[in-house]
Design a protein around this ligand. Structure first.
Ligand code: ADP
Length: 680
């Protein structure tokens, strides 16, 4: 399954996206301190002198010196003729987006450049008033935030750890083995060690010519830390550390694509703009990180040569062969587009490659979203004040010799550093700019900000409202007028002068081709419905029983006593894996396992994904019917204007106050009708 019309291959020179044709002009200077003429409405009283002073210090218009000591690019130049006049005045009146960068850590430098290019207001030491956007370097929990947007999702760091990612992909592999064959066969240590040994023995028995290599990666490790290659399961270093340091052991891809005889991997930047509805963007360009020793297929002799087998920048930088380059298409770190150009000139089908990569990214995110939604509702329960989230992810992808992309891992906090350390003399280091990093990363951050721009959304809403009042005829006239004067939009848009977006939407754009994979999302929706207490991520035994009862899953063959046994068995096993002892109860993966069990029991002869889909339909049908009953009951109660009339639906006592918000109720009722029409 490939998305049609993939974004143009990155062969278009990456430089295109770098420097705006004429850097954006700065707005006319704002009144300093307190509430400026352009301060966003509702910011409240001007801050006290100390706070005003702090804010004044950091939104000044002059070019700032970055940590590397050079003036940050983009914002330092003033386009001629843009200061005064109508346009400058316009810009000054327009409220600027405010960004708290106090927790940006190593992404600070790239963020600063982006903000200057966008002419947004930065608060490097935080702000007493709420900001529109909070930019965190590490995690969602870096600050207490009750509004605005934050660039991290709760739970993302946990979700992309090696073991959790492997489990999430494995669930999808169970359902859709062919669609998820872009992830190497993996086993989780220590619990699956016996399985690993048994499966390898079986495969070797059935194919004696198979001479595999495996890579062992400690969970939660990064930058190649603790990774080693083995030829046989018995080579795993079991002594002591396995129990204390769980790991993933994975089939090693022995035939990677080589460029200049070197192994390399790709770091692609992916923006998860929203979980519900799912919105995914992919950056048109990424980075290629090269090994520093010519590649040879693994043998017992070269297994330990990390500069030959591991592409990590953090490792290879210590090799004498590492080449820092000012150019994007030479050296040990290059742009991905430069590789694509090269492949294209050799006649490779780079369009197909892009399409496969997009497919891999969408499928991986589909594997991650169910649990992310559980984390999300636990941290930001519906109806409570909280920020909305977005996140830039780093996808590490290896290309096989036949150009098939393989997922290595997903990084929740991909490095956004745009400089590297250089050893001037032994032990003396200096930070020097890295043009390749800057080219790719600044564009990714800047364009992420453009996509989440809260003012743009407001402007869009206002435009929609205004347009509603314009008759069709005058709308046509308006459009015709604009078409005649292309400068109309350009002169008014704050985006004027910025390059086209480097991030391309891939979801919902290709939703039709991938929605059938989102089964576990629907199982997670059932799980969340029965979680009960807000703020939890685990289902208690009562919640599980209510799920079974409300979905009418128990019968003479499957008593409530069997339900309890199923709950206890599965929950105990998952909890013994030592994943999360903070809360007791059934985690989502355990619920998914129980759900698959029930599906297999109920729909015996179908393939697993059809069994699961049928059970989801069955559950959703009964829950919709239940909601409908509640709705009718609620209506009757309202009509009788009775104060409190108990309405018993499957053991639930409802008061006249409707439990489901109106919007949901309507949706539920229509879903119920849809289902009935569909079924009968
Ligand atoms: P880390 O988080 O420590 O960087 P990775 O999973 O990215 O861990 O692995 C480190 C490096 O090892 C990768 O960049 C890649 O070069 C190599 N590698 C990892 N998994 C495989 C694999 N299955 N086959 C071949 N090479 C791999």
């Amino acid at each position: 399954m490939e998305p049609a019309g993939a974004p143009p291959p990155g062969c278009a020179p990456a430089r295109e996206a770098e420097e705006p044709p004429g850097s954006p002009a700065l707005p006319a200077e704002e009144p300093q301190g307190g509430q400026s003429a352009g301060a966003p409405p509702g910011e409240g009283a001007p801050p006290p002198p100390a706070a005003a002073e702090r804010e004044r210090d950091h939104h000044g218009a002059g070019p700032q010196q970055g940590p590397s000591g050079r003036a940050a690019r983009g914002g330092g130049r003033r386009a001629p003729g843009r200061r005064g006049g109508e346009e400058g005045g316009c810009a000054a009146r327009r409220p600027r987006v405010t960004v708290d960068s106090s927790k940006a850590k190593t992404s600070l430098e790239a963020l600063k450049i982006s903000l200057r290019q966008l002419r947004w207001r930065e608060f490097p030491f935080g702000r007493r008033l709420p900001c529109d956007i909070y930019w965190h370097g590490v995690s969602f929990h870096d600050n207490d935030i009750f509004s605005g947007q934050v660039n991290k999702f709760p739970g993302m760091t946990e979700m992309v750890r090696k073991i959790t990612l492997s489990r999430a992909v494995r669930t999808m592999q169970d359902l859709f083995p062919l669609e998820y064959n872009f992830y190497p066969r993996s086993w989780i240590l220590p619990e699956e060690f016996p399985l690993f040994v048994a499966e390898v023995r079986m495969m070797k028995d059935s194919d004696p010519s198979w001479k595999p290599t495996f890579i062992v990666k400690p969970d939660g490790g990064c930058q190649g830390d603790g990774i080693y290659l083995i030829k046989d399961p018995s080579d795993i270093r079991l002594t002591g550390s396995i129990q204390s340091r769980p790991a993933v052991v994975q089939e090693y891809i022995c035939k990677p694509l080589l460029v200049d005889k070197l192994k390399f991997d790709i770091r692609l930047y992916v923006l998860l703009k929203s979980l519900e509805p799912l919105e995914i963007y992919i950056a048109k360009d990424g980075l290629s990180r090269f090994c520093t020793e010519p590649y040879q297929e693994p043998t017992l002799k070269n297994l330990h040569q990390v500069f030959m087998h591991l592409t990590n920048y953090s490792l290879n930088i210590h090799s004498g062969n590492f080449i820092h380059s000012d150019s994007v298409n030479t050296g040990s770190k290059r742009t991905f587009s430069s590789i694509l150009c090269r492949l294209s000139s050799r006649g490779a089908d780079v369009k197909k490659l892009w399409s496969d990569i997009i497919s891999l990214v969408i499928k991986t995110i589909i594997a991650l979203t169910p649990e992310l939604k559980v984390y999300y509702q636990s941290d930001i329960p519906a109806g409570k004040p909280g920020p909305t989230c977005f996140q830039i992810l780093g996808f590490d992808i290896l290309l096989m010799k036949n150009l098939k992309p393989v997922l290595l891992e997903v990084n929740a906090n991909p490095s956004m550093r745009i400089e590297h350390e250089q050893e001037l003399s032994p032990g003396v280091f200096e930070n020097v700019p890295s043009p390749v990093d800057e080219e790719v990363k600044v564009a990714v951050i800047r364009d992420t900000l453009r996509l989440v721009d809260p003012h743009k959304k407001k402007r869009k809403d206002i435009q929609c409202q205004t347009l509603e009042h314009v008759s069709e005829a005058s709308e046509e006239l308006l459009d015709a007028g604009r078409a005649d004067r292309p400068e109309y939009e350009a002169s008014r848009s704050p985006e004027a002068g910025l390059p086209s977006l480097c991030l391309k939407q891939v979801f919902p754009k290709y939703a039709k081709q991938f929605n059938y994979l989102r089964l576990v999302d629907r199982v997670a929706a059932l799980f969340i419905r029965f979680l009960g207490v807000k703020g939890t991520t685990k289902l208690g035994p009562t919640g599980f029983r209510t799920f079974i009862r409300n979905c009418k899953l128990s019968n003479s063959n499957f008593s409530m006593a069997s339900v309890d046994i199923l709950y206890i068995d599965i929950t105990r096993r998952w909890n013994s894996m030592g994943i999360d002892h903070k809360e007791s109860g059934m985690c989502l993966q355990a619920f998914v396992e129980a759900f698959f069990c029930l599906a297999q029991k109920k729909y015996k002869s179908l393939p697993l994904h059809e069994q699961v889909a049928s059970l989801i339909d069955f559950c959703e049908y009964h829950l919709a019917a239940l909601d409908e009953k509640r709705l009718v009951c609620g209506r009757g109660i309202v009509e009788r204007r009775s104060a409190v009339v108990p309405c018993q639906v499957d053991g639930l006592h409802l008061t006249p106050a409707a439990h489901t918000p109106l919007l949901n109720r309507t949706a539920t009722a229509s879903k119920f009708a849809d289902y009935r029409n569909h079924r009968y």
